[in-house]
Design a protein around this ligand. Structure first.
Ligand code: UDP
Length: 486
């Protein structure tokens, strides 16, 4: 796609989102935020990921430059351009390899267009060096908040888990503002690997690349994690700007409905919202595990049984296609649940659902976006972490803010691809039933709701004019504009 080089002094920023919806969605919002502050924003992505950005492009908020995803070069099927399509660990590795092969193409794009700044996902560990070749500052986007960033850096630095005698023995994560304990079984596997493993090398390169970058953009707001926002900057010495929750930049229902959806849809198309309109305030559970996780049938069956036994109404997002044999549902489940429960087998308009007043709680895998969206909507959570930094995020929700209760997920899995192959459910129906009742009924539920509502109001204030995130974004835009004048 042809584009002029920067002839005038409008700030021009290029964005390189990681090819996974959980990473791309917030980066689109971030590009829109910069655009609202007068910057010309361009997304660099691949053809099959481009539809994610089409709405913002149509509205003239962002532009697009296409590069080729090297699927076949990495041994992937030709149409595999998104981590959302990965189902096996072998494919995870090939996918990572493909993303490393993107570096030369990014170099060409930067050389041709010479933007003033590159915002690239932290998984592109090579992006700082590629941008540096053209004298372009690179901002790093992790997609997660200050708390998980600090916790993972502390674990990496102090290796506290190596002193535990077993995987189930809890250790304290050293040198954090709060005493956070967790067992080794909940740790991302990378700190356990020795320094020379391939994965550890990537992690090390990623940290170095972040340290050498111009700074870090964080999708968070100061009031959510003040001690950790300070810790990350002062103790870990990172230059960082918090500008979230970025999902709140979507004000129109249509924009919220289309967030992350590949095909353009409208809010009206979503039957679930009409269904929610018929329900009492705070009476429905929203159950969703993000864009990547596809639980095995044995686990889905436990969820179905737990939800039914709880007696609470629910909307449950299951990443299953109609053609999949439905042996993950108990006999007669959907008939019995008519009027009580709704299963969405597609992409759900999550932000709109969470903001609906009928929603009483959110069963979440603790993806960072989901947590921020739950907090912004003032919805109590049942935490069910599975992989990545999700076990850290659970601590923020259940222990630091006490705005959710844990379902009792105990063991980290190497990758989301592994959960679909499990032969035994890791969380039982009784635990699900118990957590659902605890979060929906009784005095504790009322207290949790009141705490999360208060935090949700703070989230909204943070992005309003004069709020902490609004001001940090102003500071970042001001600094980048200053660079441009220098
Ligand atoms: N999401 C959505 N509909 C779905 C599933 C996910 O809108 O059916 C969105 C959700 O609102 C969030 C993102 O996808 O913005 C998922 O990001 P998160 O960090 O929660 O989890 P991940 O998918 O990266 O594991």
């Amino acid at each position: 796609m042809a584009m002029e080089t920067n002839s005038c002094q409008q700030l021009q920023i290029f964005f390189l989102p990681y090819m996974a919806r959980g990473h791309s969605i917030p980066l689109i919002d971030i590009a829109k935020l910069f655009s609202s502050r007068g910057a010309r924003c361009t997304i660099v992505t691949t053809p099959l990921n481009a539809p994610l950005f089409s709405k913002a492009i149509q509205k003239g908020e962002i532009e697009l430059v296409l590069i080729k995803f090297p699927s076949t070069e990495a041994g992937l099927p030709q149409d595999c351009e998104s981590a959302d399509l990965i189902r096996t660990q072998d494919t995870v590795e090939k996918f990572i390899k493909a993303t490393f092969l993107l570096a030369p193409q990014l170099g060409k794009v930067l050389d041709e267009h010479r933007p003033h700044c590159l915002v690239a996902d932290a998984f592109f560990t090579w992006a700082t060096d590629v941008a540096a070749k053209f004298g372009i500052p690179r901002l790093c986007f992790h997609g997660i908040g200050f708390f998980p960033l600090c916790a993972s850096l502390s674990v990496m630095m102090y290796q506290p888990h190596t002193k535990s005698s077993s995987d189930s023995e809890s250790f304290v994560i050293p040198n954090l503002p709060d005493e956070i304990k967790m067992p080794r079984s909940q740790l991302p596997v990378f700190p356990n690997l020795d320094g020379e493993s391939e994965f550890m090398k990537i992690v090390k390169v990623s940290i170095e690349s972040e340290e050498r970058s111009y700074g870090v953009i964080v999708n968070s707001f100061y009031e959510l994690e003040p001690a950790y926002a300070d810790h990350y900057r002062k103790v870990f010495g990172r230059k960082a700007w918090h500008i979230g929750p970025v999902s709140l930049c979507n004000e129109a229902a249509e924009d919220k409905a289309e967030r992350g959806s590949i095909e353009i849809s409208t809010a009206e198309k979503h039957e679930c919202l009409k269904w929610l309109d018929t329900k009492k305030p705070h009476s429905v559970m929203y159950v969703s595990f993000g864009s990547l996780i596809q639980f095995a049938d044995c686990q889905l069956l436990e969820i179905a049984m737990g939800l039914e036994a709880s007696g609470q109404d629910f909307v449950w997002v299951v990443k299953k296609e109609e053609k999949d044999v439905e042996n993950w549902l108990p006999e007669g489940f959907e008939k019995r649940m008519e009027g009580k429960g709704l299963i969405i087998r597609d992409w759900a308009p999550q932000v709109l659902i969470l903001e609906h007043e009928a929603i009483g709680a959110f069963v979440t895998h603790c993806g960072w976006n989901s947590i921020l969206e739950g907090v912004s909507a003032g919805v109590p959570m049942i935490t069910w972490p599975v992989f990545g930094e999700q076990f850290y995020n659970e601590k923020l929700v259940t222990e630091i803010h006490r705005i959710g209760v844990p379902v009792g997920s105990e063991k980290w899995v190497l990758s989301f691809a592994d959960v679909s192959a499990e032969t035994e459910a890791s969380v039982r129906r009784e635990a699900i039933e118990e957590a659902v009742i605890r979060i929906m009924v009784g005095d504790e539920a009322v207290e949790i709701r009141s705490r999360v509502k208060e935090l949700g109001e703070k989230a909204r204030r943070a992005v309003e004019e004069g709020g902490s995130s609004f001001l940090d974004l102003s500071a970042l835009v001001g600094e980048l504009n200053h660079l441009l004048e220098a």
